[in-house]
Ligand binder design. Sequence first.
Ligand code: FES
Ligand SMILES: [Fe+2]
Length: 406
Amino acid sequence: MQDDRPIRELIACQKTGWSLEQRFYTDPEIYSLELDQIVMRNWILAGHQSQIAEAGDFKVFKVANESAIIVRSENGRIKAFANVCRHRGSIVCLQQEGNTRRFECPYHAWVYDTDGRLIGTRDMPDDFDKSANGLHPVSVEIVHGLIFICFCNDPPSLEYAKRDLAKPMAMFDFENLKVAATKTYPIAANWKLSVENYQECYHCAPAHAEYAKMHTLMLDKKKLERVQDRMRQKMSACGLTEIDFDFVDTEAPSGQQGYGYSRTAMFEGYKTGSRDGEPLAPLLGNLTDYDGGASDFTVGPLSFLLAYSDHVVGYVFTPVDQDHCQCEIYWLVRGDAEEGKDYDREALKWLWDVTTLADERIIVNNWKGVQSRYYRPGRFSGMEQMEQRWIEWVLHELRKAPKVIS
Ligand code: FES
Ligand SMILES: [Fe+2]
């Protein structure tokens, strides 16, 4: 039977502790609300400043129908612009990354500089004002070396996130990391299923043999406490302080972007996320040894980072359209580490490549089942509480949409 309840009613009827109603995944009107209320209204990790280290270095970052050029301008500042020509709207930059002093539109060759200013046109009327036709700016901020962008003009404040993440990020010297590898995983599923999957470890034991050997998140509380204790005893000797907070978007003060940080012990014998547990790269920051832990960072609803003692892995989940999304992964090491000498790129990528490929398979299976006429919301387990909180935050944001309120 067709569910034609108004969206307001659908949100109101959603039961806490149960997975989402089918229409949250399949209704185009809800997808469009999600883009407006969530995806385009929050900060998204778009890379690390080391990727555009020189003036003129740029990278293009896409989310759903939006595309931004992120560029280091002539004066050294990182800027972002909508990749949309002010003439008749063509995409301006077709390259994924590179170095340039000017961006020339491939359609009628209007030219923009690295500050987004329109500097070249042909045969325009006398009253045409170039200075009023620069590329539209996209909000961009640097959080301890990480580039975040937001496709709206009044994004949430990152002040509290920057303040509270300063100390934990400094331990790993996030500012001076470099990107050793990236990989994009296309996933044929609604974007929320990917983020939900990342936030729960109920599936880790059945789906991730490699991960489950070293990471402890699927342990019950008592056992987890024991391994956490062992790590805590080692932390300060290694140069790590125990800072642990859980501050997700549902609880962020109004106007602030949500964020969080926590460190979790790995199984005994694992110094980092490698096949044999042995180091993969030089220790980060001023760390003097391995405490056997890994730190989770969250900034906003789509971006996550996992900091081992010798490398950091960044995960960004973004929609492509209602039925497709992608996971972009960054592997970061110390800025002065040399490939081939200090680290092996394939060894560095191994764990999260194999884990993300397995995630892609289970997420696609999930998506197929969710579209079935037999799908009904199911009960969450005790190990899916982060996912549940994230869903509640999504519903909370959707409730604010003018269309839902009216
Ligand atoms: S659309 Fe870009 S120059 Fe015409
Ligand atoms: Fe997974």
